[in-house]
Design a protein around this ligand. Structure first.
Ligand SMILES: Cc1ncc(COP(=O)(O)O)c(C=O)c1O
Length: 346
């Protein structure tokens, strides 16, 4: 049966050419630092985001956790958006593994945090308080409709964090989507951060892997923590080669995913009983609400799935769709037609 899977850009499959590159990758033992493909990928990643060094890790979740642990000590307070992936979807790792004290600040619709809220939350040095340590931002912001953060906003952030002595971490799982949407070089968006993580396994279409970038000293610390968490890999060049291929061939094409997302949102906007917010669709992630009360949320999911259209429920009668490599405009139109039929027979 034909299927259009809009649940996430993590469902992308490696192309034949990427598999070929992986099959023939030069490899060595990466825990000894001897895997040429991993070393090359790390150099490429560090250069792209304008940092001294990089470390290849198994997942975006581990990348974020390693960065949080490397910046902080047990009991330190870290500042997170209340809709951030680290806070919502990483199994509370920073508290469970690192003993960190997460303080959430309200995310605006565009994924930003108010400068005043951050300033008000940071604590003076006092025996009653945890140490204020680290601010985490997300770009693009998954739960805020894949919204990109602007350079202007980031400049204001760094003015504040510099003044307050806060470290900064960027969860840049989809940083290339942000750079495209903002029409700036990736390194401009990542420049001021003490650490940056990004993923090869989402829109870039690689099967596994993320990377952490930062100063040489910071990356040395992260290598030890990666080992503690069991993330030291051996002939990891086989998967790193997928990342190299992705950086060389898959970055520019992300623009197609932004175009298909817009077409999808425009189509949904025309379907009776569903509502989206077109102006919020900036990259490859969109949400829509089921306003027709004749259908339950599970009925919508099930009936669409029966027709081969898959997407995710996120609560409050709201659903998420993500466009990605492997979906053509024709797939999008086919999915819209199927959804239209589901709603017409509600
Ligand atoms: C913004 C963001 N950060 C981090 C992650 C975690 O990545 P992984 O699934 O590789 O652990 C995701 C996954 O979807 C994400 O959307």
């Amino acid at each position: 049966m034909r299927s259009v899977d809009l649940r996430s850009d993590t469902v992308t499959l490696p192309s034949e050419a990427m598999r070929e590159a992986m099959a023939h990758a030069a490899v060595g033992d990466d825990v000894f630092g001897e895997d040429p493909s991993v070393n090359r990928l790390q150099e490429m990643a560090a250069e792209l985001v304008g940092k001294e060094a990089a470390l290849f890790v198994p997942s975006g979740t581990m990348a974020n956790l390693i960065c949080l642990l490397s910046h902080s000590e047990r009991g330190d307070e870290i500042y997170l958006g209340d809709l951030s992936h680290i806070f919502l979807n990483e199994a509370g790792g920073s508290a469970a593994v690192g003993g960190l004290h997460p303080r959430t600040l309200c995310n605006n619709e565009d994924g930003t945090l108010n400068i005043e809220d951050i300033e008000a939350a940071v604590r003076p040095d006092n025996v009653h308080f945890p140490h204020s340590r680290l601010l985490c931002l997300e770009n693009t912001h998954n739960r805020c409709w894949g919204s990109p953060l602007s350079l202007e906003y980031l400049e204001n952030i760094f003015e504040l964090t510099g003044r307050l002595g806060l470290k900064t971490h960027l969860d840049g799982a989809r940083i290339f989507n942000a750079a495209l949407a903002e029409d700036v070089e990736v390194s401009k968006l990542t420049k001021g951060f003490d650490s940056v993580s990004f993923c090869f396994s989402k829109g870039l279409g690689a099967p596994v892997g993320s990377v952490i970038c930062g100063s040489r000293k910071f990356i040395q610390r992260t290598a030890r923590i990666r080992k503690q968490l069991g993330g030291g890999m051996r002939q990891a060049g086989i998967i790193a080669a997928g990342g190299i291929y992705a950086l060389e061939h898959m970055v520019k094409r992300l623009a197609e995913d932004h175009t298909t997302a817009r077409r999808l949102a425009e189509g949904i906007d025309k379907i009776d009983g569903l509502e989206t917010q077109l102006e919020r669709v900036r990259t490859n992630i969109l949400f829509f609400d089921l306003v027709d009360k004749r259908l339950t949320t599970s009925q919508l999911l099930e009936r669409a799935a029966t027709k081969g259209v898959l997407f995710l429920y996120v609560g409050n009668r709201r659903f998420r769709m993500v466009t990605h490599y492997g979906l053509t405009m024709e797939d999008i139109d086919w999915a819209l037609k199927a959804l239209q039929e589901v709603m017409a027979t509600a």
